[in-house]
Design a protein. Structure first.
Length: 710
């Protein structure tokens, strides 16, 4: 008898016993008080009995009605619960199956089980999962049975089942042991995770693509004291370092490939890992690529306690910064070249003044020395030496970008054709010269003479690299550099360029030589066979022309220099033959000569006076203005140095033009850092004479300006 049945019987018996007991105890006493006659009480007793039967019958009916109504409510509630459970069981999106533990046969399955497996409910009931061939992997079935025996349940285990169609589906599976009617059973629940697996695979694939394309190698290290073990590393390791993931698993691999000079510093950082909890540590060191080359690595690590275990976890990234280091080295090299250039330019400026004096007085002495005199040959040798010295200072100024450029719009092909005749004599017969000018080449803005200097210097450098003969190729072309390209090619800027390439088949250069190739006075030639200024001159001219130059070379593979100059709009200017004046070099005009270097000032005055000019000397701008104010007549021309104490040549010229509106101006200097020159380019309409100059060059320039031919 169930507990609910006992409870229902108690609801009937207890009230009945209470009522019956009270009736028996109280009814006779009440009757004695109502009817004192014993005979009459007997008659009343009969009626009392019928009353008892009637009342107890009604009471029993009420009690039974109450019990039956309660049972009806319980039955209805139980039915509703069963209906709801059955509905949930049948319609659950999770496949549910109930099977007996003793034989594994299904006693009930829901609709999701039917959809998932492809078997109908009738086909599944009474059969086992083995008979239905549901297990794709018997090992997984064995693991489920083991866990049920040991733990009585299985929680969230991934398995694969085989559908009736033969298709294998990944599932998330759970099993719980239950009792049904006193019989041990198992209730199993399975959820189709194919969509989740596809999403996980897609995410994994995206992550792998990201890691393969990423410039950073990700890794996780396990550090236990001095023992370091690699837990994980990303697949792009091979693309960046050449080493495979399998090779990197060796604990000695990383240490063996750190540069010997960096090992102590890097190992010290890892030994102090505990000091860096919760913080990042940045190391830069050299690491051996599998190909043998050393690459620079930026290694950033973050140290943290492991989630499980008493050890330190280091999560880090590797980034190849070899290109950045190369660019930094280039910047340092260029800064060093700039510093040397500033020094060289200053020396050349001062030296030009001395050369002008030496050459000028020597030329005066030659004019005064009669033909055939023994000392005349010595004077001529001095003049030749000053010309060579002037050439050296010119190269120093070119390297330091302090020479004066007079650019014009020209076609490099035209300059190459003009220079080719000189090149054939310059390089010798044992070198084959080949020119490959590109047709329809855009023009550039450059100094024609300096562009010829670039071609000849590069050709001479190529000739010297091929003492036994070889091939010299000079070609032109176009190039267009975008933002992405220039980011890795400092100091290039985006835009269109015209290229001049000079290639030789010589011995080539190693990396150490290439790093110093543009330094002034650096040469690989024997002592006395080169100044070391040829390529530095090219470098300076190219930089001053807003271009840049690359060198490509390897030992035994020849060398190529590529010069890039910005292309410009417009047509190349035609080369006009030089017009020489026939009026002679003598004159009678008044010329104000202003020069702070007394020897050079005296020399210029003597030279002009010998040609008939009336010369007024002055040592600076203030003295020049005083002498001009004291002059009663006109002054036809001002010859002034540009860089002078207190008042520069440009300011002096402006003041003189106010007093003498038609005065002609000739600026003289050996330096470009002044007001008549912008970035080495002479202002339009300005007459200029570069130091050092010959006395004949001075009088020719003066005469040309006075005649309106300059």
């Amino acid at each position: 008898m169930s507990r609910s049945d006992c409870k229902a019987m108690a609801h009937i018996i207890v009230p009945y016993l209470l009522f019956g007991g009270l009736w028996i105890l109280l009814s006779d006493r009440l009757l004695e008080r109502i009817e004192p006659d014993p005979a009459r009480r007997v008659e009343w007793s009969i009626w009392k009995g019928w009353a008892y039967v009637l009342v107890t019958g009604v009471l029993l009916a009420l009690l039974l009605y109450r019990v039956l109504r309660a049972r009806e409510r319980d039955t209805a509630a139980l039915y509703e619960t069963d209906r709801r459970f059955s509905l949930v069981f049948r319609k659950s999106p999770i496949a549910i199956a109930i099977l007996r533990l003793r034989d594994g046969r299904f006693i009930d399955v829901n609709d999701s089980f039917v959809r998932l497996t492809g078997y109908s409910r009738e086909e599944a009931l009474g059969r086992t999962s083995v008979e239905l061939d549901l297990w794709a992997d018997p090992v997984e079935r064995g693991e489920v049975l083991r866990r049920v025996r040991e733990d009585g349940q299985v929680r969230a285990m991934e398995i694969r089942i085989r559908r009736r169609s033969g298709e294998t589906v990944p599932m998330l599976y759970a099993v719980e042991r239950i009792d049904i009617g006193g019989e041990p059973c198992l209730i199993g629940m399975a959820q189709d995770i194919a969509a989740r697996k596809e999403l996980e695979e897609e995410l994994r694939s995206r992550l792998q693509r990201f890691l393969r394309a990423s410039p950073a190698v990700l890794y996780v290290l396990r550090i236990e004291g001095e023992r370091v073990r690699q837990e994980w590393i990303s697949e792009n390791l091979e693309r960046i370092t050449g080493w495979t993931m399998a090779e990197s698993g060796d604990p000695a691999w990383w240490y063996a490939n750190v540069h010997p000079e960096d090992k102590e510093r890097v190992l010290e950082g890892r030994a102090r890992a505990a000091e860096w909890f919760g913080r990042s540590k940045l190391l830069e060191y050299r690491f051996r690529h599998k190909g043998g080359a050393w690459i620079w690595i930026r290694d950033e690590q973050r140290y943290q306690p492991a989630e499980e275990g008493d050890w330190i976890e280091a999560v880090g990234t590797w980034i190849d910064i070899s290109e950045q280091k190369r660019l930094e080295a280039n910047v340092v090299q260029m800064q060093k070249i700039e510093t040397v250039g500033m020094l060289a330019g200053g020396i050349a400026h001062d030296f030009n003044n001395l050369l002008s004096v030496i050459r000028g007085y020597t030329e005066l002495a030659l004019e005064e020395a009669p033909p055939g005199e023994a000392g005349r040959a010595n004077l001529e040798e001095i003049v030749r030496a000053t010309r060579q010295a002037a050439s050296l200072t010119s190269q120093l100024l070119a390297f330091s970008r302090k020479q004066i450029l007079q650019p014009e719009i020209l076609n490099i092909n035209d300059v190459l054709r003009e220079t080719s005749r000189i090149l054939e004599r310059l390089i010798g017969e044992n070198i084959e010269l080949r020119l490959l000018p590109r047709a329809d080449l855009p023009p550039v803005s450059a100094d024609r003479g300096q562009l010829q200097q670039i071609i000849m210097n590069l050709a001479v450098n190529a000739r010297d690299a091929m003492p036994e003969g070889g091939k010299l190729l000079i070609e032109t072309g176009e190039a267009l550099f975008d933002e992405e390209y220039v980011r890795g090619h400092f100091p290039a800027t985006p835009g269109g360029y015209v290229m001049l390439a000079v290639s030789d088949s010589g011995a080539g250069m190693d990396a150490a030589t290439q790093a110093r190739i543009f330094e002034p006075f650096f040469t690989t030639k024997e002592k006395g066979k080169g100044t070391g200024l040829g390529l530095s001159t090219v470098y300076g001219i190219v930089k001053q022309s807003n271009g840049f130059i690359w060198v490509y070379s390897e030992t035994g593979g020849g060398t190529t220099f590529k010069v890039y100059l910005p292309r410009v709009e417009g047509a190349a200017e035609a080369v006009e033959p030089e017009v020489r004046t026939g009026s002679g070099l003598a004159g009678s005009e008044t010329i104000l000569v202003v020069e702070d270097e007394a020897p050079l000032r005296d020399l210029a005055c003597r030279t002009l006076e010998r040609k008939g000019y009336f010369v007024i000397p002055a040592s600076d701008g203030d003295e020049a203005l005083e002498r001009a104010a004291a002059r009663a007549g006109r002054i036809d021309m001002l010859v002034t140095d540009v860089v002078m104490p207190r008042m520069g040549g440009k300011e002096l010229a402006s003041r003189m033009k106010e007093r003498f509106p038609g005065i002609r101006i000739l600026y003289v200097s050996g330096y470009t850092d002044h007001s008549i020159v912008h970035r080495g380019i002479l202002d339009e309409g300005v007459a200029f004479l570069q130091k050092p100059f010959s006395m004949e060059g001075l009088v020719r320039k003066v005469r040309a300006i006075l005649d309106g031919n300059a």
